[in-house]
Write a protein of this length. Structure first.
Length: 582
């Protein structure tokens, strides 16, 4: 063990020395010289490692940080992967988009110039764009790949890079493995060359994209409505407040609503107090970032409030609660409402496919299970997040054996069509507004329709908790936590019996009542999920890129108050369990 530690320290010192002796930009060199020993360890203990959604990392200097050299490293490896497929693939373009975060434009430009230096043509958006528009543009342009620089709802200290395949969805594990192999062969990436921007543009290897794709994307969004009549009747009276949270697509969202005939669309201005909360965590499912939006909503008596993360690919919905206020819905509640509306609308048009597919990610509640089953739809689970949902969409189109109906995750990401194979918050926002308009024509509201679902399927309550880990050995500690939960899972949580434990790491389901195990037919994931009696549950998930333990808790009960009390009891027991281990 001591020998391994010594070797690791030597490797860290070697990497640190390589960076100190390299030609770094002044801001990186300054940070390098000011680092403490613990910071050096954390910044250099590993090289860039791609995950399901590309790379998410803290911004800074070092091999374990997001910086221009990390971007060059990945993009050089991506260039090798594309070139290895032959000239036909090499001559197709790569599309690059980015959000409004600090460094986003710089990272995107570095990526473009590395690809251009490898004779791969690049289309680079001239201003920030929604992630869903990037996914759309990959397919619309028949591109070989797409890159998006963003970090969604994470705090500003993080940044990320997502890679999209020519199918328009996040790349597969095998694709990631190929790129990672090239990355390992390159080394540290400090010597990678970029083509000068002037030369790249002059030779046509870099093309700056203006509003051309915006227009095509909005035309695509104009096909969203399932009931144009509802919009024609209520489009001028539906009051919608938008809260884009430093977003990339405020103008595009407004244009899309206007194109469909909505006239009462209001965008909440970001106050100084909002800016502080948003900067800390730009998550549209956090109440503190929506306060100004709620204030505007009360002033104009808005029907709904729509919040977006900075990429505009995740959506939160707030509705009138019948008591003069606004209720922020959980992502699963919004998903249930959307699926119910899609089913009702498509059944009215005789276009609901028998055996159609609904896909959810692994830590979503079971709220939609009964809705899907009652209408002959197959609900399946993706352990790979939206990478798996996008792959299923592509498979459905390719094989024609099943029709894709709906996909969602627990963060408020929704997939509604089949052309954009990723989270599309703008598309979802348009359908939510239409849903509200449709119910308004019938004298109902979204909240009243939610109560109807609860009456039929029971009350559901959810909560997501992120436990930050400061120790450098947090990954090992978190692994021990999951091992302990998997091996010594309590038989009672929150007064409910534990029924099944899904260990997505090993692909095993343990029947805790009958004391036997079976295999899960899913790709592995760093997650556990424990089913409790009555449909309640809790889950634990890790991401190597973010030093925190994500805890998700769900409660189901026939009555509202009992459901909320039960959620509190489950939360208390699960937190006590975690604290007793770590």
């Amino acid at each position: 063990m001591i020998a391994k530690v010594d070797l690791m320290e030597q490797e860290i010192q070697y990497r640190y020395s390589r960076w100190r002796n390299s030609d770094l930009p002044s801001y990186l060199m300054k940070e390098l010289h000011e680092m403490k020993v613990t910071e050096i360890m954390d910044s250099f203990y590993r090289r860039p490692s791609l995950g399901m959604e590309g790379l998410i990392s803290k911004v800074g200097v070092g091999t374990n940080r997001m910086n221009i050299f990390t971007v060059r490293h990945i993009c050089q490896a991506l260039s090798y992967e594309i070139v290895s497929r032959g000239l036909v693939y090499q001559h197709r373009v790569v599309v690059i988009a980015y959000d409004s975060r600090l460094h986003s434009r710089s990272f995107a430009e570095q990526a473009a110039l590395v690809l251009a230096n490898n004779n791969i043509k690049v289309y680079l958006f001239d201003h920030p764009r929604p992630a869903s528009e990037l996914a759309f543009s990959v397919r619309w342009l028949h591109a070989i790949a797409g890159l998006n620089f963003s970090a969604g709802r994470l705090s500003p200290q993080y940044h990320g890079m997502q890679i999209y395949s020519d199918y328009g969805c996040l790349v597969s594990d095998s694709y990631i493995a190929r790129v990672q192999t090239y990355m390992d062969q390159i080394g540290d990436g400090l010597d990678i060359e970029v083509l000068p921007a002037e030369e790249a543009i002059a030779t046509g290897k870099l093309v700056m994209v203006g509003t051309e794709i915006d227009k095509a994307y909005i035309e695509y969004l104009e096909n969203t409505p399932l009931s144009r009549e509802s919009i024609q009747i209520m489009g001028s009276s539906m009051r919608v407040v938008l809260a884009p949270l430093f977003g990339t697509g405020g103008k595009i969202i407004g244009r899309a609503f206007a194109a469909l005939g909505y006239t009462e669309i209001h965008q909440a201005e970001i106050s100084d107090s909002d800016a502080i909360s948003i900067a800390r965590a730009p998550d549209p499912h956090q109440l503190e970032v929506l306060l100004t939006a709620y204030q505007l909503a009360r002033e104009i008596q808005a029907d709904i409030v729509l919040g977006f993360n900075p990429e505009e690919n995740e959506l939160s919905l707030s509705v009138k609660d019948g008591r003069g206020g606004y209720l922020l819905l959980h992502a699963n509640q919004t998903a249930a409402l959307l699926l119910q509306y899609i089913i009702q609308s498509r059944e009215a048009m005789n276009s609901l496919p028998l055996g159609g597919v609904v896909v959810k990610t692994l830590l979503c509640s079971n709220f939609l299970n009964g809705i899907a089953a009652d209408h002959g739809l197959q609900l399946i689970e993706s352990t790979q997040g939206f990478q798996g949902i996008g792959a299923k969409m592509a498979e459905c189109e390719r094989t024609g054996k099943q029709a894709f109906v709906f996909g969602f995750d627990e963060y408020g990401g929704y997939a509604l069509g089949n052309f954009v194979r990723g989270k599309d918050g703008i598309h979802a926002a348009l359908l939510v507004a239409e849903m509200a308009a449709n119910y308004k024509t019938k004298g109902s509201t979204i909240y009243q329709e939610l109560l109807k679902l609860y009456e039929k399927y029971g009350w559901f309550a959810e909560e997501r908790i992120n436990l930050s880990c400061a120790d450098l050995n947090w990954w090992q500690q978190a692994g021990i936590l999951m091992d302990r939960i998997s091996i010594e899972s309590p038989l009672t949580i929150g007064g409910l019996s534990a029924v099944k434990l899904h260990d997505y790491r090993s692909g095993e389901v343990k029947d805790l009542i009958k004391q036997r195990s079976s295999k899960i037919a899913h790709a592995p994931a760093y997650a556990l999920k424990c089913e409790l009696t009555g449909g309640s549950w809790y889950g634990v998930r890790l991401s190597k890129d973010i030093p925190e333990i994500e805890l998700v808790i769900g409660s189901r009960h026939p009555e509202e108050k009992a459901c909320k009390y039960q959620l509190s009891a489950i939360r208390s027991d699960v937190l006590h369990l975690i604290e007793s281990i770590i």
